[in-house]
Design a protein around this ligand. Structure first.
Ligand code: PEP
Ligand code: MG
Length: 533
């Protein structure tokens, strides 16, 4: 028996067998898995696989596609590409995926500099090939048997948001990782399923099939427990289940504070399944629909129609309760490969969220039109992420108006008074909250990002998890400043970051003047109880 402990966890208890997600796969920033020679071997296999895939596709393709594919095959054999990657592995000590990524970026930059339109356009072919090589190199090695045995504890170096689609969270009892933090998006997804998570665990001390006792109430993990420890844990599990059942009976009541103030408890959702779970779990509506997960499901962008159907379904499931749909919040730790965005040194400070939407109206407009069309079916609010300047909300509003005009011309129904609010998740939005409160119809405090930006502490970095603390007085002060500005302008203010689900934070948030909370579905009942105490 071994007991391991950590400070980073998403609360809960679970007992189950370890199921390993293969280490070291998944993204291009990974460290080498072996010696440079082994990385070269990995690379060789990836080239073979891509060569094969292109060959097979070309055999089935029509004439014009076949031409493009044979150009891709030629490019795949280009010595400049091979030498560039090889050099980065053998002399630079990079992993194969990282070498591919860097060599491709250099090659693309070269094509960019060429004063010939045709050759410049070949840059897209390079990007395409590099994408295929990267997929072949980083594709997940699978997570074992399918379906996953019910109640398994998934063990991994790290779970990325893009894993969400590959793992059936419904079958997991818990998640244990070495990397990540409680506000990384994988943890947020796990919490929406009510799954306990332990992060910061030395996973090399666990083997596939080990029996694990996951105690994410005190942050400990017991590997292969002795009989006595297991029996004690079983008692704890039974007690926790009884407590959960008691809380559920409160879920459908409206939460009212002791001094008589009604507090709406909304839910955060990333999918239609989440919306259904939230409403069945007593949510007063959806306070944050993270639309980016809809975008991350496919390899191409979802059409206006596909988005409309999803948003409309959410509205119909909510049956008169409000749905707050946040526009695309991609970037940071949420990648969207089909956008083909270049790698950034500081992705959380980079081209993300509203910055992308405003720069790419061909992505933003279909989304806005889809949200507007869904508003014909019930109460919807539009939420803009990562707002830092007044110009951004003005620009977004002008695009929303353009979409409204288009829908008017097309005789398509929508709510003409649809509220447009902003995420307050940057220090700039807090400091200018009085000005923003005159232009936004509501505020939603995104304390996950706000905490990292105020404390200059990466939300996904376990090494500084002690510093990343939403109860830090600086964060609490930011909440108060925002709530005060909202109150003075008469607009509502919600908290939709994970802080709203922290039992210790609920009362301080309400004392600051926050008037609603948005939490993961599994903690709705508990949050309502705390509010009423
Ligand atoms: C936040 O930053 O608090 C938030 C709710 O947005 P996300 O976690 O999706 O970045
Ligand atoms: Mg955020």
């Amino acid at each position: 028996m071994t007991t391991l402990s950590t400070r980073t966890y998403v609360k809960g208890l679970a007992k189950g067998k370890a199921l390993f997600l293969k280490k070291g796969c998944g993204h291009s920033h990974e460290a080498p898995q072996g010696s440079p020679e082994e990385e070269m071997e990995r690379l060789g296999k990836a080239f073979d696989r891509v060569r094969n895939d292109i060959g097979e596709a070309a055999a089935k393709a029509g004439e014009s596609l076949r031409e493009i594919l044979s150009a891709h095959l030629e490019m795949l054999e280009d010595p400049m590409l091979h030498d560039g990657i090889q050099d980065k592995i053998l002399s630079g000590g990079l992993s194969a995926p990282q070498a591919v990524k860097e060599a491709c970026e250099e090659l693309q930059a070269m094509f960019d500099a060429i004063d010939d339109e045709y050759l410049r356009a070949r840059k897209d072919d390079v990007r395409d090939i590099c994408g295929q090589l990267l997929s072949a190199l980083t594709e997940k090695a699978g997570i074992g048997p399918s379906p996953i045995p019910q109640g398994s504890v998934l063990v991994a170096e790290e779970i990325l948001p893009s894993d969400a689609g590959k793992v059936d969270f419904n079958r997991l009892g818990a998640i244990v990782t070495r990397l990540g933090s409680i506000t990384s998006h994988a943890a947020i997804i796990a919490r929406s399923y009510g799954i306990p998570v332990l992060m910061g665990i030395p996973v090399e001390r666990i083997n596939d099939g080990d029996l694990l006792l996951v105690n994410a109430l005190d942050g400990t993990l017991t590997v292969n427990p002795d009989e006595k420890t297991e029996a004690e844990f079983d008692k704890l599990l039974a007690k926790e289940m009884a407590r959960g059942a008691e809380a559920s009976s409160q879920a459908f009541k409206t939460a009212v504070t002791r001094d008589g103030k009604t507090i709406m408890v909304y839910a955060n959702a990333g999918s239609i399944g989440d919306v259904r779970k939230a409403i069945e779990g007593g949510a007063d509506g959806i306070g944050l629909f993270r639309s980016e997960f809809l975008f991350m499901q496919d390899e191409s962008l979802p059409s206006e129609e596909k988005q409309y159907e999803a948003y409309r379904d959410a509205v119909l499931i909510c049956n008169g309760k409000p749905v707050t749909i946040r526009t695309l919040d991609i970037g940071g730790d949420k990648a969207l490969p089909c956008l083909g965005l270049p790698r950034e040194e500081n992705p959380f400070l980079g081209f993300r969220a509203i910055r992308i939407s405003l720069a790419r109206p061909e992505i933003f407009k279909p989304q806005v039109r889809a949200i507007l069309r869904a508003s014909a079916h019930g109460p919807v609010r539009i939420l803009l992420p990562m707002i830092t300047t007044l110009d951004e909300i003005r620009h977004a509003r002008s695009i929303i108006s353009q979409c409204m005009n288009e829908l008017d011309r097309e005789n398509i129904a929508y709510d003409k008074a649809i509220p447009v609010g902003i995420m307050v998740e940057t220090p700039a939005a807090v400091l200018m909250a009085d000005e923003f409160s005159k232009e936004a119809d509501f505020f939603s405090l995104g304390t996950n990002d706000l905490t990292q930006y105020i404390l200059a502490a990466d939300r996904g970095n376990n090494a500084i998890s002690e510093l990343y603390d939403h109860m830090n007085p600086a964060v609490l002060r930011a909440v108060s400043i925002t709530a005060k500005a909202a109150r003075e302008s008469g607009i509502p203010v919600c908290v939709c970051g994970e802080m709203a689900a922290d039992e210790q934070a609920v009362k301080p948030l309400l004392e600051s003047g926050v008037d609603s909370l948005s939490v993961p579905a599994p903690v709705i009942a508990k949050t309502k109880i705390i509010i009423s105490e």
